[in-house]
Design a protein around this ligand. Structure first.
Ligand SMILES: [Zn+2]
Length: 486
């Protein structure tokens, strides 16, 4: 049994990051009640607080998909074996992780079914029926769904056998349009990650060995976690005509010739939640960016003595005012816990802003505010409170992004020397940018010797001239971003 498979006791406190980052992560996920282990090996339960984060992510992504012309649809969970087997690279890529259904009720199935690991094959089959003419193109469909990829190691949100995601599948008339779509959706992911999650990402192209099984080109966004490891947070694939030829997705072109469509697919998953935890969290627990926090403000009233009813009434009034202004608020009026306990609890659960209100505040017509990210405390007048809080939440969102950018900058090194490369990977990991000759052999050797993989070749890196590959010393063609990764 691997370390990750042992289900630890429910933690009271969170292990410090510096002591054991992996342990810290699991403690936060469980203490903040984001997810839990389940009786099904490899499968997790997403608890309401974690699911609320996912819903906010979904909404923010879905808005962006619709704004770029996409619509949602739903395809079957099961895929007949014969369909999966059609695209040979695709099969090779996914076969080791596929879950099979062999029996329905008491009857053995004539044809085995797979539980979808991704839906290119079943969706491609339908597109073949729906596309006849160039007038039917483009098709711009997204699906919100669960997928299954058998995993031997479980890491809540990061690696589970079943996970939730969205998968976009599009079909186009020309290769240029397909490439434009592939890049556009990567851009949507980058904007989503940076604007909503305050998680800076590097966008670029995957190497041949890391691309999606069956794609011509894969692009990814890569984020840096606080332990110096990279997380692939989203991918967008240009499928060329690979799936179209296999699934016979043909159309009559404008010049009356018969052509195959050009396809793309792109996806992000609940893994993003893991990315948020490991981008922003600290030893006090979770820190949520306000835009995806289920509760942006928690109100903790200091209830005692004769002022109790007055304080509670005012707290409720503030809650209602803020809610009207579109702020997500939790008023913690539980009698069973002390204010101090509540402070800790909501800090642990990452609520961006805490509002305290007691009898003295009532007299002075003010409240106390405490930021989760900096732990700064300040007083704020009741007058104009909603506007002040809205501004403060925007400030926190920006501060988290700035801090994450600063962390990434500090943990990005550039070197032309393989000796130095190895030292960095052992000592203080992060991104290491080095010249590479694009040979898969060099890439594989570096991985074996250092565990570092090429995360991607970023867009907008200056072209290389006169540099040599850090591994083989041959002429380098690109600057590759290396890191140890999740
Ligand atoms: Zn080389």
């Amino acid at each position: 049994m691997s370390k990750e498979d042992e289900i630890p006791d429910f933690p009271n406190e969170v292990t410090p990051q510096s002591q054991d980052f992996g342990r810290w992560y699991i403690d936060v996920v469980r203490r903040a009640e984001l997810a839990d282990y389940s009786p099904v090996k490899g499968c997790m339960v997403i608890r309401p607080y974690g699911y609320a984060i996912w819903e906010l992510m979904q909404q923010a992504l879905d808005r962006r998909f619709k704004a770029t012309g996409h619509v949602n649809a739903y395809f079957p969970l099961f895929i007949p074996e014969s369909l999966l087997m059609k695209e040979s690279e695709h099969v090779e890529g996914f076969a080791p992780q596929v879950a099979w259904v062999t029996q329905g009720g008491n009857e053995e199935l004539e044809e085995r079914l797979v539980v979808r690991p991704t839906s290119e094959t079943i969706i491609g089959t339908m597109y073949a029926k729906w596309v006849q003419s160039w007038r039917d193109l483009p098709i711009l469909i997204n699906q919100w769904a669960n997928v299954v990829r058998w995993e031997k190691v479980t890491r809540l949100f990061l690696r589970t056998t079943e996970f939730l995601w969205q998968e976009g599948h599009t079909a186009h008339e020309t290769p240029e349009e397909a490439e434009e779509e592939t890049r556009r959706m990567l851009g949507v992911y980058k904007d989503f990650a940076e604007t909503e999650l305050a998680m800076p990402v590097i966008d670029g192209q995957k190497t041949e060995s890391e691309k999606f099984a069956g794609a011509e080109r894969t692009y990814s966004i890569e984020a840096l976690m606080r332990d110096g490891r990279a997380l692939q947070a989203g991918t967008s694939h240009n499928l060329g005509q690979n799936f179209a030829k296999v699934f016979d997705i043909k159309f009559q072109a404008r010049d009356k010739s018969v052509q195959y469509v050009y396809g793309t697919s792109w996806g992000v998953s609940t893994r993003m939640i893991g990315g948020v935890i490991m981008t922003h969290g600290d030893d006090g627990g979770l820190i949520l960016p306000p835009r995806i926090a289920p509760y942006q403000v928690v109100i903790v009233p200091i209830l005692k003595g004769s002022s109790r009813d007055a304080v509670l009434a005012r707290a409720r009034q503030i809650r209602d005012e803020l809610t009207t202004q579109g702020v997500r608020v939790m008023l913690d009026e539980r009698d069973t816990q002390t204010p101090g306990w509540k402070f800790n609890e909501w800090e642990m659960r990452g609520v961006p802003l805490r509002l305290e209100i007691g009898p003295k505040d009532l007299e002075k017509s003010q409240v106390m505010l405490a930021r989760r990210d900096t732990r700064e405390k300040s007083t704020a007048a009741m007058e104009g409170l909603a506007a002040h809080i809205t501004t403060t939440l925007a400030t926190i969102q920006q501060a988290l992004f700035d801090r994450a950018i600063a962390y990434r900058t500090e943990h990005t090194s550039r070197t032309d020397s393989y000796e130095e490369f190895k030292e960095i990977m052992e000592g203080r990991p992060g991104f290491v940018v080095s010249p590479w000759c694009e040979s898969p052999t060099c890439e594989a050797d570096i991985k074996t010797e250092t565990q570092a993989t090429i995360r991607n070749i970023p867009f907008g890196e200056a072209p290389l001239s006169g540099k040599t590959c850090i591994k083989c010393g041959g002429a380098a063609t690109v600057s590759a971003w290396f890191a140890k990764s999740y």
